[in-house]
Design a protein around this ligand. Structure first.
Ligand SMILES: [Zn+2]
Length: 403
């Protein structure tokens, strides 16, 4: 198993330096809140931080054993302190496989209560097998109280083998009221031997009482080039990696999820781009036909709509870059270079930007209560420069959305 450490945390240099500083000093706040976009390494970072805090060779861990000192500063002649998990000590061997008795890892699950334990074990197994494992759960997934019961009982006792206990809560915004209260109680306890590391991509959903008691650590979107390189190292072919990285908006998890959903990016892109043709030909009936089946209801429909719109965005972004003299090998869609060259010769920068704005507006509306088909119809007709809009909508098709 390839275990992530703070020193190898992808694309979060600032966060990594900050956390290593904490580990080297061996002085921890009661609770940290790792926040930032989905899929940029918050949970990986939290587990790496926990492992470093539990490493037996990190001098900070030993220093904490002596309790509070009269002197806050480390003496100048102190030996160089480790600032990351060594990977070799007893603590690291246990935490590396997520089996350290003082490392608690909670994450949302869904499904039947009676198969909960199996679900949790399966997830942990997958995570042990691959550091690039992507957590995916249903909307209703939550951190179950049965998972926390044992932990809450343990909080009153000393840690098992380490000088502290680290509790990592992935997507803590999915905790319930009673779990938050248990957390608060622990955080406020003086001289607590528990360090909480919470992660969230939805900061606004974390209760203010929790937010105000945590030290916040902000994670940023990953650079496109880093996502591409990581995908390639994971065996994704260069062209597909380039496209996935461009679509993922700085989220490695999103790129990996898209790869798993349908590795054939090229076919998907071609299908998405072809849908514009009937809009350009001012043929609403044909446009309805083209987008039918391209979308679906619910979350899957929104995801497919998002991808379709993003393929168009990348396409136009390439055309714009080409107009500004970008080298062809820097383009995401460079396998279709002749078509891109033709487009960038046809449209001026203002028109390309207008089209990009139309797409941007549609992408922003996706999380609202929209109909994917209708959104795609009106967006593509507006991209084509004409309001084929709802007025031209064939009555037989419109009936489908009146549910
Ligand atoms: Zn170690």
């Amino acid at each position: 198993m390839l275990t992530a450490t703070l020193s190898t945390l992808l694309g979060q240099a600032e966060v990594s330096a900050f956390l290593r500083g904490l580990v080297a000093r061996g002085r921890y706040a009661n609770a940290y809140l790792f926040h930032g976009p989905h899929g940029v390494g918050k949970c990986t970072g939290a587990l790496a931080f926990a492992r470093a805090a539990l490493c037996e060779r990190v001098a900070g861990a030993a220093a904490a054993d002596h309790g509070p000192s009269l002197f806050d500063e480390t003496p100048a002649n102190a030996p160089t302190l480790g600032d990351d998990a060594c990977g070799e000590c007893r603590g690291c061997r246990m935490s590396g496989t997520l089996q350290h008795p003082d490392l608690k890892f909670l994450f949302p699950v869904s499904g039947e209560e009676r198969s909960l334990e199996a679900t949790v074990e399966e997830t942990l197994d997958e995570l042990r097998k691959s550091p690039l494992y992507v957590f995916q759960y249903e909307k209703a997934a939550s951190i179950r109280i049965s998972q926390t019961r044992e932990l809450i009982a343990e909080l009153g006792y000393r840690p098992h083998t380490a000088s502290r206990r680290v509790v990592v809560v992935r997507d803590c915004d999915r905790m319930r009221e009673d779990q938050f209260s248990a957390l608060l109680k622990s955080v406020e306890e003086p001289g607590a031997s528990t360090v909480w590391v919470l992660t969230t991509a939805r900061l606004a959903r974390v209760p203010a009482t929790i937010r105000s008691r945590c030290q916040r650590v902000r994670f940023r979107p990953l650079p496109e080039s880093l996502v591409r390189e990581t995908l390639q190292r994971a065996g994704v072919e260069e062209k597909a990696a380039r496209m996935l990285a461009a679509l993922a908006g700085g989220s490695l998890a999103r790129a990996l999820a898209m790869r798993d959903a349908d590795p054939d990016m090229k076919t998907q892109r071609d299908a998405a781009l072809q849908m514009l043709a009937p809009a350009l030909e001012r043929n609403p009936a044909q446009l309805v036909k083209a987008i039918q089946g391209a979308t679906a209801y619910g979350k899957a429909g929104r995801e497919r709509l998002r991808m379709s719109l993003e393929f168009h965005q990348l396409w136009l972004r390439d055309a714009l870059h080409l107009r500004y003299g970008a080298a062809p090998d820097t383009l995401v869609n460079r396998d279709l270079l002749p078509a891109l060259q033709k487009l960038s010769a046809q449209l001026d920068a203002t028109e390309i930007r207008r089209r990009l704005l139309v797409l941007e507006e549609a992408l922003r509306s996706i999380d609202g209560n929209i109909s994917p088909d209708l959104t795609l119809f009106s967006t593509l007709s507006r991209v084509a420069g004409d309001r084929l809009g709802e007025g031209a909508w064939p009555a037989h098709a419109a009936a489908r959305w009146d549910v």
